[in-house]
Structure formats: structure tokens, C-alpha cells
Write a protein that binds this ligand. Structure first.
Ligand SMILES: Cc1cc2nc3c(=O)[nH]c(=O)nc-3n(C[C@H](O)[C@H](O)[C@H](O)COP(=O)(O)O)c2cc1C
Length: 319
């Protein structure tokens, strides 16, 4: 059974972005569910082997905090034997196992994983069956609508298979794989998926404001919304969405609040192993909209360590 979610707004999995510090921050700001960055099933198996030799668990590899719960782990990779093994390794630590069938990156689709799987109906069925039978935790699925414009309605068949195989919730980002992030997500597909499904549907794509979140819920009747890019450097969005859905109003935040929020993020990163390059990218996102922001971002690029980054970001208060 799915856990109970405290909000209708979820944080999307984003490789290099939704690290454990940002996830915790978004959860504390009201996200109902957070999902780890996608993780390769073969890496999980290889790491587990190494870690077990040192009496450590996979928590050292996929880092998280108990405060993030409910927490979903996202897997990718289409080798069903490896999938079963990897799912069993992560199962004890996470509340939901999510499977990625949406990633458009060529290095993923070339391995017949991510979004490329949408056109492989038999393999998809095998994968979802394996996953659901391997674990007792709820399994969910994240998909795009199709691969190319000519196959943009693949989600219909995939969703039917998913439901038959015991998938408990589907997130739809209604762009095709070949679209990448261009154009707009087609929310009418989320509406259609909701109409044909009996399981909860999470709508995803182009939610940047609380108003967008409400529009998606109203227009598509989806059960939950998932926010990706809109939450980058902007964990406030979850509180704003929750307030807007409840009271039709929300508080705005100043640029100083955004900088304070970056320092909260930075403080949280101490507890995890997060690449410094990723932390710098996060810093840049928190400076979006700041006067003199582009100058600041070029200074961030040249920072070599946390101390230098802290100094540059502190200077931002006086811009
Ligand atoms: C930098 C970046 C990394 C992403 N990584 C993942 C990922 O690991 N797994 C996944 O399912 N989707 C990933 N996505 C897609 C998002 O989860 C989401 O579906 C997409 O950004 C559309 O939502 P948005 O318009 O709210 O950003 C990523 C997106 C971005 C921008």
C-alpha cells in the first residue's frame, strides 16, 4: 500500500539536483513525497558487494535522511535479473520503489532503459512484473507520453500494462522522449490517463508557480502534481502550493530569503557526500532573479571549495 502523503505536491527526481540536502529542504517546506535521483541497478549491485565487505549498507551509496520519509527510490536499467537483485537490496530502506521509463538522455536510451522502453511493450511487462514480484513495498512508475511524435500515445498501453502488473501509482510527464524539454507538456494527456486509470496519477511538467499546480489539478483531475525545475533553488514553492490550494493565497519570498535558504541547503550538505560541482550548480539556482546575478554566477564558477563559495554567496547579500 502507498504511504499517506501530507501534500498533493511532490518533488521530482532530478539527477544532479534532487540530492539528499535539497530533498530534505523541500520535504521540510511541505513536499508530500521526495524521490531520489535515478540510480543504475548495476551500480547498486556492484556497490552493495563492496559495502557489504566493510559491513556497510547501500545507505552509504544512496544517501538519505529519515526525515525525508515517505521516500521513494528511483531505479533504471532493463536487465530483469539485475533489477530483481537491486530492488531487493534497496527495499528495506525505502518506502516506495519507482521505476524510470522517461529519461531521454542518449546514454540511457541506448542501453534500452529510461524512455526507450516505452516502445518495448513485452520487455516493459517483464520488467514491471519482475519488480512487483521482487518486493513487498509499493512499486510506482514514471513515464513520458511516447518516444516520437508518431508514438506520442504509447502511455495508454504502458499504463494499462502497469496497472495489470500491480504498479500502484503512475507519474506522467507528457512530452515525448525526442522532445527532450522543448515545447510544452501536453496536460490533456494527464487528463486522459486519469480517466482511463484506477490507480493514483501524478501529473508532471511545467509547474513553476502555485497557480500552475492548481491549474493542473483542476484541468486534469490528477491526484498529485510533481514539480521538477520549478523547485530548483526554490524549495519555497511547496509551501506556496500547499497554502494556495488551501487558502487561495500564499506568501512571497524575498531574494534575501532565497540566499538564507541556500545557506540552509549548504548546512545540510555537510551530512552527505555531494559533489562540489553539484553544490556550485545549486548555488547558481538559488541566485536566480538576484540583481547582479550573472556576475555572481561567474564568480561561483571559479570557486574551488566550500569556503570560497560561502564567501561569494555572503557577498550576494550586499549586491
Ligand atoms: C536536471 C534534471 C535531471 C532529471 N533527472 C531525472 C531523473 O533522475 N529521473 C527522472 O525520472 N526524471 C528526471 N528528470 C525529469 C524530471 O523528473 C521531470 O519529469 C521533468 O523535469 C519535467 O518536470 P518539470 O517541468 O517540473 O521540470 C530530470 C530533469 C532535470 C531537469
Amino acid at each position: 500500500m502507498l504511504p499517506t502523503f501530507s501534500s498533493k505536491a511532490f518533488l521530482a527526481p532530478m539527477a544532479g539536483v534532487s540530492d539528499p540536502a535539497l530533498r530534505l529542504q523541500c520535504r521540510q517546506m511541505g513536499a508530500g513525497l521526495v524521490v531520489t535521483e535515478f540510480t543504475n541497478i548495476h551500480s547498486i549491485i556492484a556497490k552493495q558487494k563492496q559495502l557489504a565487505e566493510n559491513k556497510k549498507t547501500i545507505q552509504e551509496f544512496i544517501q538519505y535522511s529519515e526525515k525525508e520519509r515517505p521516500l521513494s527510490v528511483q531505479l533504471f536499467g532493463s536487465d530483469v535479473f539485475a533489477l530483481e537483485k537491486a530492488a531487493k537490496i534497496v527495499e528495506p530502506f525505502f518506502d516506495i520503489i519507482d521505476y524510470n521509463m522517461g529519461c531521454p538522455a542518449p546514454h540511457i536510451t541506448k542501453q534500452m532503459a529510461g524512455g526507450a522502453l516505452l516502445q518495448e511493450v513485452n520487455l516493459t511487462q517483464q520488467i514491471l512484473r519482475t519488480l512487483v514480484n521482487s518486493v513487498k513495498k509499493p512499486v510506482t512508475l514514471k513515464i513520458r507520453s511516447g518516444v516520437t511524435d508518431a508514438s506520442k500515445f504509447l502511455f495508454r498501453e504502458i499504463a494499462e500494462i502497469a496497472e495489470d502488473e500491480g504498479i500502484q501509482m503512475i507519474t506522467l510527464h507528457p512530452r515525448t522522449v525526442s522532445q527532450g524539454y522543448s515545447g510544452h507538456s501536453d496536460w490533456s494527456m494527464i487528463k486522459e490517463l486519469k480517466e482511463i486509470s484506477r490507480i493514483p496519477i501524478v501529473g508532471n511538467g511545467d509547474i513553476l508557480t502555485p497557480e500552475d499546480a492548481k491549474s493542473m489539478l483542476d484541468e486534469t483531475n490528477c491526484d498529485y502534481v510533481m514539480v521538477g525545475r520549478g523547485a530548483m533553488g526554490n524549495p519555497f514553492l511547496f509551501e506556496q502550493i500547499n497554502d494556495y490550494l488551501k487558502n487561495n493565497s500564499y506568501e512571497t519570498y524575498s531574494l534575501k530569503d532565497k540566499l538564507d535558504s541556500f545557506f540552509d541547503y549548504l548546512h545540510l550538505t555537510n551530512q552527505y557526500e555531494i559533489k562540489f560541482a553539484n553544490i556550485k550548480s545549486q548555488a547558481m539556482r538559488f541566485t536566480k532573479g538576484l540583481r547582479g546575478g550573472s556576475k555572481l554566477r561567474s564568480r561561483i564558477t571559479f570557486c574551488n571549495d566550500i569556503t570560497e563559495l560561502e564567501k561569494v554567496m555572503k557577498d550576494a547579500y550586499s549586491i
